[in-house]
Design a protein around this ligand. Structure first.
Ligand SMILES: [Mg+2]
Length: 363
């Protein structure tokens, strides 16, 4: 499995959260120290083997030496947390870099992390751990409340015990990569003084409402035709179909007081599904301006997931509000319809922008 760089959306990792790094970066020297500074980090905790130097070796690359030197000049506190069984080699390496090491219970124990925080008088949010192993460096850091940057293991052989960890690591990261995301270009924060109506998100929302209006017309037209315009055996499809549903699934449709009433949810789902085709094509090309032809299928699937969940929310909110709002039924219906439309529009906008049409790096 190829190592992939990026930032993890840790809200999406579920039970794997404790194993999830904040970022994955190809190598230590590629970690941008200015970014760490910008995040108000002041303590860098470093793994040794395959992060700073190859296993069993003592030659640092010029890039690693330059990176450590620069970090010191920028005022970062730094120290090494290593699981090595060879303290003499570790001491020699630390002496070359001129930084401290801690020896304690092995990662993923939080012991060494806590020793370091205490020694430098730092809080977990001031520190970052950089290491090449998910099951020790990253897991231990997360347990101690410290963010971790996962770097790709250097070339070359490694300790037998580490190889076992790598099997689990591959399994975990294959799942974690699903939450490796890069934001849409168009969603980057606007310049601070961009006028309100020129902001990308505002423009997208206005376009989304326009597309939603067209979808609403399509939805209503299809629903109307299905309910009142399609004849069947000298009657209407909605009457015949509704009667069939009442005869065959009486408990499921007992809310309906007429065959047409029983057919309404069916017509609603069919009409919404057809209107979603419009939402898909117009929002994809016009609202969110997806140019690439890749992932069309996945985006359509995600749009339908968002759409059907929205439909469900609509049904629940609308029926619920209709039941609890007092007064004339037509007034209650109107309030329930408008409020549920607003709530579902927000839901669909957020769902399409951040889920259906978001660019997932793993795709
Ligand atoms: Mg290592």
């Amino acid at each position: 499995m190829r190592f992939r760089e990026g930032t993890f959306d840790r809200s999406k990792t579920g039970i794997l959260r404790p194993f999830c790094p904040a970022h994955a970066v190809a190598s230590l020297p590629e970690i941008n120290l200015d970014d760490l500074k910008a995040e108000n980090l002041s303590l860098i905790l470093l793994d040794v083997d395959h992060t700073l130097v190859k296993w069993k070796q003592e030659e640092f690359s010029p890039e690693v030496l330059a990176w450590v030197k620069k970090a010191k000049e920028m005022g970062f506190e730094m120290c090494i947390l290593s699981n090595t069984r060879h303290p003499e080699r570790l001491a020699r390496l630390a002496a070359v870099l001129g930084i401290e090491t801690f020896r304690g219970r092995f990662k993923p124990s939080t012991h060494m992390y806590e020793m370091a925080l205490e020694k430098y008088g730092k809080k977990p949010e001031d520190a970052v751990m950089i290491g090449d192993q998910i099951m020790t460096d990253v897991f231990g850091a997360n347990r101690a409340g410290i963010d971790a940057i996962w770097v790709q293991k250097m070339e070359g052989p490694e300790f037998a015990g580490t190889k076992i960890n790598r099997v689990v690591e591959r399994l975990v990261t294959s799942l974690l990569y699903r939450s490796l995301v890069i934001p849409l270009d168009t969603t980057s924060d606007p310049a601070p003084n961009t006028p309100f109506f020129e902001r990308t998100i505002v423009k997208q929302f206005l376009k989304f409402c326009f597309v939603g209006g067209i979808s609403f017309v399509i939805d209503s037209a299809v629903s109307y035709v299905l309910m009142f315009k399609i004849p069947l055996d000298g009657d209407l499809l909605s009457n015949r179909g509704g009667q069939y549903l009442l005869d065959h699934f009486p408990s499921l449709f007992r809310f309906a007081n007429s065959p047409t009433g029983a057919f309404l949810p069916v017509a609603t789902v069919i009409a919404a599904s057809i209107a979603m085709i419009n939402s898909y094509f117009l929002n994809r090309s016009f609202t969110f301006k997806i140019k690439s032809n890749e992932n069309k299928g996945k985006q359509a699937l995600r749009l339908y997931i968002v759409g059907y969940m929205g439909l469900f929310i609509n049904l629940v909110v609308r029926t619920g509000l209709f039941t609890i709002i007092p007064g004339h039924p037509k007034r209650s219906w109107a309030i329930a319809t408008v409020l549920s439309a607003v709530i579902v529009a927000m839901w669909n906008f957020v769902g399409q922008r951040y889920f259906a049409f978001r660019v997932h790096k793993s795709e």
